[in-house]
Design a protein around this ligand. Structure first.
Ligand code: CTP
Length: 399
């Protein structure tokens, strides 16, 4: 799900890297997310894959002729005007050299020269020695200086049997970065701290106390703030989720104690603090180095964990926005408002965790936002959309 790309005019330039088959998956994904793609292929790219594959998979037009001028329609100027985002993937060393030097000798390089917007991405993929060649590196630097975003290739096995940097990255990384380029930047210059996922309180080397939080809501919020220009730090409990690639500062924690330490380290410096983490309310008093036997485990002693957000509520300075999440199964509104007041937070997002169709481990959520003055219900939707709506609410209410 990529809401910022839906309905957008995206021009995909395809060159003759071996990874060209991965660009077919990219065009397929573009179709699935309902954007509006068009493709330019170089002549050499067509030696690997037929233009009809791109046309069929993407349900879109594919161009390659510079001189296919129709009355009033010159391909490179029309396409460069039409596109809201321009991606060259895979990009060979040759197209990188041409674009960085202003050479315009085929439709793709002509279009690149004519494209004057800043939403443009290059995905270099090639043999590691070609990639590391200082000439190629210098050309990439020139592209960066000219507003191109470079998505670095991955390291690993290359098509020629060598190992090194040069592999085509995951298409989700290209699409996530595309979203970043196309989203509004209303949180620019804001520092945002997001906590996500469960905490884990170890009992002995094999057992622990935790909860069902997947971290999804927090990860989506971190992504949304980052998309909208914020400087985001994500503190995450253990989860299988892949962090959004545009969130660069990620701190891993396990227990509530570690979470508290890291939160306090970053609190002063943050403008907005969003505590989506499902903090374990209790921990084991004495961690056992040895595996406990079944007769002793029933005598486990537990103690309360510190209430981190409550501590932040006391320390908060003017202008800092503190957002909590309430996980409830009964007396939903009453409990959420109680937490809002008692923890001295600015806004609380209520989740009904008794419902199996939303919340824990699910891709969708339905929440109600409370502040001291307002109440807003967000109907069931993908957590990415809920995160977008929560950010809209924070912006319109507090800024
Ligand atoms: N929270 C926290 N520290 C804790 C417990 C919770 O900072 N030790 C934060 C959560 O990150 C969340 C908010 O407090 O933003 C509410 O969490 P929730 O689990 O709903 O409530 P609790 O305060 O733990 O109360 P209870 O479990 O009794 O409902």
């Amino acid at each position: 799900m990529y809401p910022y790309l839906k309905g957008k005019n995206i021009l995909l330039g395809v060159t003759s890297g071996i990874a060209i088959y991965k660009a077919v998956d990219l065009i397929s994904k573009m179709r699935q997310i309902e954007c509006n793609p068009k493709v330019i292929m170089t002549k050499n790219a067509q030696r690997w894959i037929s233009d009809q594959i791109f046309s069929a998979v993407g349900n879109c037009e594919v161009y390659y002729e510079t001189f296919d001028v129709k009355t009033g329609w010159i391909p490179h100027t029309e396409l460069s005007r039409w596109a809201e985002l321009f991606i060259v993937a895979p990009a060979t060393a040759n197209i990188i050299a041409k674009i960085s030097h202003g050479i315009a000798d085929d439709l793709l390089s002509c279009t690149a020269l004519a494209y004057s917007k800043t939403s443009k991405i290059i995905v270099p993929t090639m043999n590691v020695r070609m990639y590391e060649n200082p000439i190629n590196k210098k050309n990439l630097e020139v592209l960066k200086q000219n507003g191109w975003s470079i998505i670095e290739p991955e390291e690993g096995h290359l098509a020629d049997g060598e190992i090194g940097k040069g592999r085509y990255p995951d298409n989700s990384e290209i699409l996530e970065y595309s979203e970043y380029l196309l989203s509004k930047k209303d949180f620019m210059n804001k520092k945002v701290l997001v906590t996500a996922g469960p905490t884990v309180e170890r009992i002995d080397p094999v057992r622990f106390l935790s909860n069902r939080s997947s971290g999804r809501m927090g990860y989506e919020l971190a992504r949304e703030f980052a998309n909208r220009g914020a400087d985001v730090t994500l503190i995450s409990g253990p989860t299988d989720l892949k962090p959004p690639s545009i969130v660069k500062k990620i701190i891993r924690i396990e227990s509530a104690k570690e979470l508290r330490e890291k939160v306090l380290e970053h609190f002063e410096d943050s403008d907005i603090i969003v505590m989506t983490a499902a903090v374990s309310d209790v921990r084991i008093k004495n961690y056992s180095e040895q595996k406990l036997k079944k007769d002793t485990i029933v005598n486990l002693e537990i103690e309360k964990n510190p209430d981190i957000i409550k501590e932040l509520g006391r320390k908060k300075r003017d202008g800092q926005i503190l957002v909590g999440f309430a996980a409830e199964t009964e007396n939903l509104k009453e409990n959420a408002i109680k937490k809002l007041k008692e923890k001295k937070i600015d806004m609380i997002v209520l989740n009904d965790v008794s419902r199996e169709d939303i919340g824990f481990e699910k891709e969708e959520n339905e929440v109600t936002i409370f502040t001291s003055k307002e109440e807003l219900r967000l109907e069931k939707n993908h957590k990415r959309i809920i995160a977008n709506n929560i950010c809209d609410f924070i912006f319109s209410t507090f800024f």
